[in-house]
Design a protein around this ligand. Structure first.
Ligand SMILES: Cc1cc2nc3c(=O)[nH]c(=O)nc-3n(C[C@H](O)[C@H](O)[C@H](O)COP(=O)(O)O)c2cc1C
Length: 344
């Protein structure tokens, strides 16, 4: 029995020894593995370092080659520099000359969208069968539009006279400038200016004039053709004195359209007039060469833009002798007007 117990104990001790041995063996294996792994890492590191050195060498070699090339190129450039610089300057001058002389072409990005098919302007849309009512409709719409700051800004075209004089230089040359519309009604369109200005002189010589309004956000335009008449002195006085005093003084001191040396020519004169009339106790007399015109219309055209460029154009005009409104091409309007649709 005792022997048996001892044998069992022996077995246990042996087992323990074996277990300890096993652990040691395992530890040894691990240690060996670790050593190998370290070796491997070191080997890899070594390879990397070598690679790096090689790569650096390569870079340096390439750089060196580049520097050499660069130096060679520089030498080459220097060799031909003087010739090239001259040629380059000549080329630049040529390009500049071409640029200056070249017509600037508006690209497709400047192509605006206008009205769609659902917003056409037809004869049925006319507010009346005479142009004044229609003009009022569009003008008021333009005045109310938040993006239109000066709905009354209009281009006025005049021309020198070709009819009455036999002089070659007076051959009906047109000129155009922006002015402000200051009133309108069935009798015509009112504006104010200097009668001695270029436009004033042209109108004195040739009373035919044209106006062109364009209200871009509405894609609407109105063209007027007719003759001008001077407004009465009292009407010109009334409008002149309704203007702010600085505008009145501006009209007095400026010889509109004449060449001057600089702005300074006005300063002294303006200061004197401002001192005398600035407080409003005395009225600044309107210069006789400043006043209004009435453009009496013979033609008024209403244009509305369409995106497909098939724009709407309806033209009112005074009938010519022999005109017979047929209700197809030419329509009878009110107050002595006829109207017709024009091709865009
Ligand atoms: C928006 C605008 C409104 C103008 N309004 C007037 C005007 O009502 N009367 C005027 O004489 N000049 C006006 N001018 C100045 C004219 O365009 C122009 O410079 C001046 O009348 C001289 O033109 P002329 O030398 O052809 O006679 C205006 C200019 C602009 C841009």
């Amino acid at each position: 029995m005792l022997e048996l117990v001892l044998a069992v104990e022996l077995i246990r001790v042996l087992e323990l020894v074996l277990a300890v041995e096993l652990i040691r063996v395992l530890e040894l294996v691990r240690a060996l593995e670790l050593a190998r792994a370290l070796e491997l890492v070191l080997a890899v590191e070594l390879i990397r370092v070598l690679e790096l050195v090689r790569a650096l060498e390569l870079v340096l070699a390439v750089e060196l080659a580049r520097v050499l090339e660069f130096l060679l190129v520089l030498q080459l450039i220097r060799a031909v520099e003087s010739v090239r610089v001259l040629e380059f300057v000549q080329m630049l001058n040529l390009i500049r000359a071409l640029e200056l002389g070249r017509m600037i072409v508006m690209r497709e990005s400047m192509r605006a969208e206008y009205k769609t098919k659902s917003e056409t302007f037809t004869e049925k849309d006319l507010k009346g069968k005479e142009p004044f009512v229609q003009f009022r409709e569009w003008f008021e719409e333009a005045c109310k539009h938040p993006s239109i700051i000066e709905a009354n800004s209009v281009c006025l075209a005049t021309a020198t006279n070709s009819m009455s004089k036999q002089v070659v230089s007076k051959d009906g040359i047109p000129s155009a400038r922006q002015v402000l519309l200051k009133g309108y009604g069935p009798e015509g369109f009112k504006l104010f200016t200097n009668y001695n200005s270029r436009k004033g002189q042209e109108l004195a010589e040739n009373p035919n004039a044209a106006l062109s309004f364009y209200w871009e956000p509405l894609k609407k335009a109105v063209r007027v053709e007719g003759h001008v008449e001077k407004l009465s002195a009292s009407e010109s006085d009334e409008y002149f004195h309704s203007r702010p005093i600085l505008s009145q003084i501006g009209a007095v001191v400026s010889e509109q359209s004449k060449p001057i040396v600089s702005r300074d020519v006005f300063i002294e004169r303006r200061a004197m007039l401002l001192e005398q009339y600035g407080d409003g106790s005395e009225q600044l007399p309107r210069p006789k060469h400043w006043g209004g015109y009435l453009v009496v219309p013979e033609v008024i055209e209403f244009w509305q833009g369409q995106t497909d460029r098939l724009h709407d154009r309806i033209r009112f005009r005074r009938p010519k002798s022999g005109d017979e409104p047929d209700g197809v091409l030419l329509h009878q309007g009110d107050n002595g007007w006829v109207y017709e649709r024009l091709s865009p």
